[in-house]
Write a protein that binds this ligand. Structure first.
Ligand SMILES: [Zn+2]
Length: 83
């Protein structure tokens, strides 16, 4: 019997942040995107459980950005939704 195991990336979750940032790369002023990327352990190509989370804040024009910690990301999300 074949068992197919692997890692798969789920579609990144993108939230518009409330931070209006002047991008040092493309010089546009925009509300940057908060991005949550998740890598899942998968079985037969179906995601079973998450193994790695990555968080970023990035320019919506050129995708230049910085990686965030989970805490930094959560603080920004909380600011948007007012929790
Ligand atoms: Zn940019």
């Amino acid at each position: 019997m074949f068992v197919i195991l692997g890692l798969s990336d789920s579609k990144p979750e993108i939230t518009k942040s409330t931070e209006y940032i002047n991008c040092p790369n493309c010089n546009n002023q925009r509300f940057w995107n908060l991005i949550h990327e998740r890598t899942n352990f998968s079985l037969f190509f179906l995601p079973v459980f998450p193994v790695k989370d990555k968080y970023y804040i990035a320019c919506p024009v050129c995708n230049y950005g910085n990686q965030l910690t989970k805490i930094e990301y959560a603080e920004r999300i909380n600011k948007i939704y007012g929790n």
